[in-house]
Design a protein around this ligand. Sequence first.
Ligand SMILES: Cc1cc2nc3c(=O)[nH]c(=O)nc-3n(C[C@H](O)[C@H](O)[C@H](O)COP(=O)(O)OP(=O)(O)OC[C@H]3O[C@@H](n4cnc5c(N)ncnc54)[C@H](O)[C@@H]3O)c2cc1C
Length: 472
Amino acid sequence: MAIATESPTRSAIDQRYRQVSGWLDGVPEALDPRSPLPGDAQFDVAIAGGGLTGLWTAYCLAKGDPRLRIVICERDIVGYGASGRNGGFQSAGMAGEMRVFKQYGGMDNVRRAERAFIDGIDWVGDVVAAEGIDCGWHKGGALRIATSPTQAARVEAGVAGRRERGFTEADVWEISLDELQQRVRFHGAVSATYTPHCARIDPARLTRGLARACEHLGVTIYEQTPVTAIERGRLVCQQGTVQADVIVRATEAFTRDLPGGKRRYMRVYSHMLQTEVLPDHVWDELGWDNCEPIADQRYHFFYAQRTMDNRIALGGRGTSYYFGDRIEDANDHNEAIFARIDEALRRHFPAAKDAAIEHRWGGSFAAPRDWSMQVDFDRATGMAMAGGFAGHGLTGTSIAGRTLADLILERESDLLTLPWVGHTCRKWEPEPLRAIAAKSISAILLSADEAEEQSGQPAKRVRLVKRFMPGR
Ligand SMILES: Cc1cc2nc3c(=O)[nH]c(=O)nc-3n(C[C@H](O)[C@H](O)[C@H](O)COP(=O)(O)OP(=O)(O)OC[C@H]3O[C@@H](n4cnc5c(N)ncnc54)[C@H](O)[C@@H]3O)c2cc1C
């Protein structure tokens, strides 16, 4: 649990939402919810879910046609889901698998899709600047660091694969360990690559700033408004029914709680910690002036950023699947994972070895069976959806929002031919199969990391689960 900054002037509900993540605790405005849906209502477009998918969709629609009456119904508050909890890497990592997407237009279209992610970073940066969203958006690129020879081989193979797909020396390149140390004093690196295609952001400030920009454009946002069913022509909410010609599902990992959503996605948990604000002498030692987000190449990798207020935020994945795919507040806390990422912080950033940890939290994102994002709109029924970003939503949600707006407003655009548009995939297996598989895969990957660390050799056991894993 994040330890919310206590203040006698804050309401109990504000303090409860501040505990959801270090990012939410850091937003300057009160987290008191907006008004809920007052009763039955009529709009042109009704969106379930106030995360980045719902907000980008509303924003692009409102920009595209200011006459549209648009509403977002959010169960908690804007940013309560993954959008207010994530690592803040706005990267060019495509939210999907090449092997899946190449069935739509071959590798040429996959290359276009990868470019769309690269270009999507600046698109977000431009909106952030135009709307004056104070979220620390800084495009300093990203570092991928191998901390063992086996990881180094994987990093090298990743660069070779990118070269084959047309990425040039200007997109990603290997840097020397000397250069790495000039950028950031990181302990334990064996090799590293740098890409200029990544921005660091504070995700909660982005999400909540975007909500305000939507409201300025006339979008209505109801919070504390749980949607209980998403149906043709209407969102059924706890407080009443919203009728609309177009209905958008933007509930990502929470979709399983809605009728018909149970096996659509697997919820994958990721956990994070945030240090206290680190003093100048620590930053003098650490460097990291360009704030490049960093990830290693373990199977259970960690990711880290220098935050806009000079903390280190570091996260990682681990064995945290819960039978039946339940989302419960208790799942946001996993002491074993917190201990592992704490150890990674102290090991790799020795200048911060004495840093106090102020926040620990977790959150979940949605992994479809093929780990590949989907954007869809059926004009005949008016039903739209976007989701399944599999941990790459910071750029993916904005592309999805732009695409849904083009589809709904019947605007021709290059986005409409990208491979995730209209893509569907089979559902996950029912329980207990899914729980057994998820736990076994995770345990194999964890033991592979340990074995590689000890032996310096690639762990062969990974082959057993490779076809169920997303590429990196
Ligand atoms: C810990 C963590 C780290 C991550 N790191 C990164 C990263 O560094 N880079 C990156 O690109 N991606 C990252 N991701 C993934 C990224 O955060 C997501 O892909 C993205 O935020 C998805 O946005 P969304 O709007 O689709 O979903 P969400 O943000 O989850 O929004 C869904 C919203 O729907 C609401 N909701 C749910 N049920 C209902 C209902 N019944 N009625 C009404 N509202 C409902 C929820 O409260 C929530 O606000 C990370 C995710 C996590 C959890």
